[in-house]
Design a protein around this ligand. Sequence first.
Ligand code: GAP
Length: 446
Amino acid sequence: MDKIVSLCKRRGFIFPSSEIYGGLGSSYDYGHYGVLLKNNVKAEWWRAMLRERDDILALDSAIVQHPETWVASGHLAGFTDPLVDCRTCKLRFRADQLEQSACGRKPSKHPGETPDCDLTEARDFNLMFETTVGPVKEEGSTVYLRPETAQGIFLNFKNYLQFGRKKPPFGIAQIGKSFRNEITTGNFIFRTREFEQMEMEFFVPPDEAPRWFAHWLEQRMNWYVNLGIRPDHLQLRPHDADELSHYSSATSDVEYEFPIGWSEVEGIANRGDFDLTAHAQHSGQKLEYVDSATGERYVPHVIEPAAGADRALLAFMVDAYDEDEIGGEGRTVLRLHPALAPVKVAVLPLVRKDGQPELAAEIFRELRELVQAEYDEGGAIGRRYRRQDEIGTPWAVTVDHQSLEDRTVTLRDRDSLEQERFPIAELAEEIGRRLRVPWRSPKLQS
Ligand code: GAP
């Protein structure tokens, strides 16, 4: 993980937030390549939800919603973690995770293990961030930053029935920021207080819920594998009965084998009719499907695949990270699926003279119309390749002296290191072709 964190900072993917003020614990800023990579992760999620199906619609709901939302959803009463304070070191810990936490004075020991530790009784701590609407903090002005994007979808269910003219089974998908005042954060972007979720609520006739639950388990596992995650680093873990959230009758986590061990990147839950029924009771509105032809009416059940964009990005990065040697020199390379790679193609003149930069710039201008491309003419060619390898660029076009004679260039592959010569006129087509063919992590062969 340390290597990933250092690569992210060195190459402008992710920086600790507010660094000039000493940083703010577990808060991160995405830099240029981080933005491009996360955008690609989200675009692939939208593609799987919207472009490849015709039973899901998109939504972007507000972060601050009516406070009654969180009463109905159960978050105000129950979205808590047990918290203990240490009166000696003044740190706070999750009571159920003392064995994974480090004592503030003796980090080799767990809280409560040294004679100096003085822990309070555990008390429930609500994870929702509170704020107020309006200029005056007064009764009734308290609102919450959403701890999940899902509730915005339930609040809009009625709108979608009306405008979408959909009949269950159908889904509503959204990507957006969520906020949780986590007691213990850490492991880089794995657990932060502000993060992005990619959630979809799939509304189904009640008797079809088990079938759709199985469908979404399969679909979501395939999504990660098709985007290059090695299948032996991915598993589905069904929740035990005592782990289930208050709304769920069945949940399975998609887990990735991070350096910190197997951990959740996505939860897929059968939420039953919990949310629609609760919001109907609290709002006084009817939240049900009525078949206008048969008069049949029911409250749909909901299957929810809920993924974290930041965690998925971390899993893709960890899975892609590799080190090898070229000509006796070590190199770091991100073997990302080309669809996820922040930059698809780099265009590099071999030397900064003899008309090579001009021709390279011309090719760059053509390619950037099609894909995210980058032009780089500074420094030795080997160093420029290494830099692109580190940010995961799958292909590099090199303009050399032959290019000026016959308008051909070499196309270097990040993983095989093969360099093939192509006419400039065929480059765009070749890159398009390479982007379309199925891709498999080269790490699988080792
Ligand atoms: N609507 C259901 C829900 O929110 P969840 O399992 O609490 O379920 C879904 O969250 C996903 O959101 C998780 O699998 C994880 O990827 C991401 N997530 C949750 N808390 C997070 C945090 N503190 N930091 C980063 N990602 C988080």
